[in-house]
Design a protein around this ligand. Sequence first.
Ligand code: HEC
Length: 136
Amino acid sequence: MKKVLLSSIICSVIGMANEYTQADRILDMQKIAQAMQDIQSGFFYNNLDIVKAGAKDLSETIVKIGPTKAEKENKDVYERWMNNNTAMTARTQRRIQNYAKTLVERFQDGDAVQALQVYNRVSAECMKCHVDLRKW
Ligand code: HEC
């Protein structure tokens, strides 16, 4: 009996840890915004390590972003459809990860102009979602 109770407590704790909340998403968005600033600073200070660190943060965080548990379980069909639209797609995540990798490579090769162009493509991905879907 005790064992059953304990394992169900453990399960619910693990379950809670896996829930992606809006607060988590806001925090992740702030992290990627900071990563973008770091990359830009790296460009301006001509510091490859800073560019690399920013690109790493961006890549690692972008994959965590998705619909919240509440959004996924929303009973309202229209709202669920809206939320699906605002969900980060795997394609967007892959694209941003590729850009993050490429901009480091270009900067490492001494091609700062190309690196900046790739950086701007990342910004465009961010803004596309914010403007088109969020109407910001
Ligand atoms: C697929 C859509 C999508 C993409 C792509 C996206 N965002 Fe967001 N962003 C959101 C949503 C949705 C919110 C609102 C978060 C919430 O309230 O749950 C948000 C909020 C934010 C915020 C505000 C966080 C706060 O403190 O309120 C920042 C900053 C931000 N995003 C930065 C970025 C950056 C930088 C990128 C690109 C590297 C990016 N976003 C890409 C959807 C997106």
